[in-house]
Ligand binder design. Sequence first.
Ligand SMILES: [Zn+2]
Ligand SMILES: [Zn+2]
Length: 276
Amino acid sequence: MGNYIRRYIVAPSVTREDVAELACSLRKGQKKTAVFTLCDLEGKRVRKSHARLAKELNVRIVEIDSGISSKLLIEAAENVLGQNTFLYREKDDEDLSICHPDALWLKNTFNSDGLSWLLDNFFDDDPPWKRENFYVLPGNPPETDCMLPIHANLLKPVKPGKLRACPVCNTLYMSKFPLAQCTNPECRFATRPFETAREAYRIVKTQVSDDGWGRCPRCQMGKTFAFRIEQCFDCGQLMKGYNDMIKVDLKDNQEQVSDFLNRVRRAQGNYWWKFW
Ligand SMILES: [Zn+2]
Ligand SMILES: [Zn+2]
């Protein structure tokens, strides 16, 4: 999956609030997760001419990390953003190539011939986008802000040998092992759920570098922090980013997270926390 892109390219009329609304609408409408990364070049210093042109024309893209079908992603964007306000592109380096409505949309919308690299750039020439994430996390309470980087489904405690719901696609399956793989062939998400609520809701201090990069203490996967508290989307571990030596610019979300966790705990019926 090295050379794989999946993205919306959005017209200048689409706002970041529209992208947030799109994430919320997908959270309501189906069961799979997604992370949308809105990329723009505002305030960024760009040297290469293709990137300068994109900045000048206010081109923004939304990278999509998700198992949601392209059909549904296109339908949802048409409903929320409106017809003709976006191009949906999905491509790998083999046969897969979806371009909706078509490549002409780029030329017509931005009145330029110089943007076709957006349809297939594979990392080499990627401009230094400013990135902001929006999360489609079904299972979170419906009022949850889609900027909150925490997925309630990853916090449901399960003991080995008990029925578990895949946090990503919601398929129910059983495994006698702590670490197991989702039985849905299109998903195969491997997870090691927490066995108790006490473990699940524990926030572990995690050292991050000056650009916000840290490593999950539970499963060792890397993660770039934008907020003070983030969650590992591989294993569910809640992490509080810190660095005692240098100042790292992380948005403070501690109050929001603690409200969220209280609501989720109540909804999941884990009353142990009253005595904690
Ligand atoms: Zn699954
Ligand atoms: Zn992890």
